[in-house]
Design a protein around this ligand. Sequence first.
Ligand code: BG6
Length: 514
Amino acid sequence: MEATLINPLRAGMRHTRTIDPCIMVIFGATGDLTHRKLIPALYNLALEQPLPAGFSAIGFARREYTNEDFRKQALAAVNANSRRRPVNANVWETFAQGLFYCPANFDDPAGYDRLGALMDQLDRERGTAGNRIFYLATDPSYYPTIIALLREKGLARRGDRNDGWSRIIVEKPFGRNLASAQALNDDLSTAFHEGQIYRIDHYLGKETVQNILVMRFGNGIFEPIWNRRYIHHVQITAAESLGLEGRAGYYEKAGALRDMIQNHMMQLLTLVAMEPPAAFVADSVRDEKVKVLRSIVPLQDAEIERNVVRGQYGSGWQGGEHVLGYCAEPGVARDSRTETFVALKLLIENWRWAGVPFYLRTGKRLTKRLTEIAIEFKRPPYLLFKGTGADEMQPNVLSLRIQPNEGVSLRFGAKVPGQEMQIRPVNMEFFYGRSFGVQPPEAYERLLLDCMYGDSTLFTRRDETELSWRLVDTIAHAWSTMPASSIGEYEPGSSGPRAADELIERDEMTWRRL
Ligand code: BG6
């Protein structure tokens, strides 16, 4: 079971990596993220044993909980959201003894004194040796205050020292635009150096996302054709069937562009497009991703209307159920212009990709949940089977399914048995579930563990974040000058607004069916 938790890219390091006992302080410990993701991930790490003995988590939040209350809440979180259930009583007992709670307002300096004293006590009692991870899981408006108080109270030590290390994990949204992302980066750098900062993008923790690199650089057959000579275009889709799920407060300020494109989709794009890194270490991998971001042809204001489409779901029927339109969702302004769908075309101007369009689309309340990267190859240079109906055959497509039905499929033409020369597309399929027969770990399990190891390969670096915001800002700025009618309404359960189809059809292509 342990092997499933090891990043295949670094499997060779598996026996050499040890995790120091440490304390994770979760700011915003009574919130949704802690309940849905963080506590279940930590419990699963305890269950599968990479969590070091003595590991302790301290919940830091405003509610007046005791340690016991926090442990009860944590158990409820595991019961509701753990990947592996039912809860193993012995593992839980040991794990729960390492959970503590520190009630305080985020701007109350005395709370940080109590936190410091509690951490010192745990170092003595549980052997955590001064090693700390601070996890910012609050509303982002508290981030500057928390960072400043960690600094002032001497809790955020700059760099690794003999008396332990400290690291900070920052949840998304990482800013709202380039200026706020830069301000947050500046704030962070007053207390931590870049090597201590772990900007989380949970897509990078998904097994299938990491497999993009393994497919490309762990096999001999794909990389030689992974370029403009063989690839016609690339489609990256992250479709969701769910709607807002009660997150109006956040989503109204974000929208699909900031919520999905700036982070998750750009990460998928860079992994598909990057050059082979010099080594599988954090900075080499991130250097190559940054080069891709730098090579994206900037969108000029005048092109944005043509190359970027936004939409918002209306009311209607989805899966036999009547669902509210976005503007009727609780907490959403009735005349909201927040987009719940984005499709765009990008070009990457470098030696490998010149002239190959990348089409990205993401949206809520679409036909179904599907995240995939489809690489469509050029047709054969000469159509040998002309006039047989076979000349209309479909191009080869390699599709990497990130979720659900995680796997890879390759579409190619095969002869239909019989006297006629008829060709039909068929698929060669690989399914994770079938081939490995194990449940992959949750993204947060991998990422929390990597942070404990001190490996930031799967976290985003300052320059990556800022370059990605630069692109998003250009689009957001152009949109702010356009009329509301430029947001196309789409039916729930559809594949998005008609304008998204037009975007790709202009280039004589179509989106893959959802
Ligand atoms: C989150 C977004 O980062 O990613 C959500 O805030 C989105 O709006 C979610 O639903 C998608 O993640 P996943 O893992 O379900 O694809």
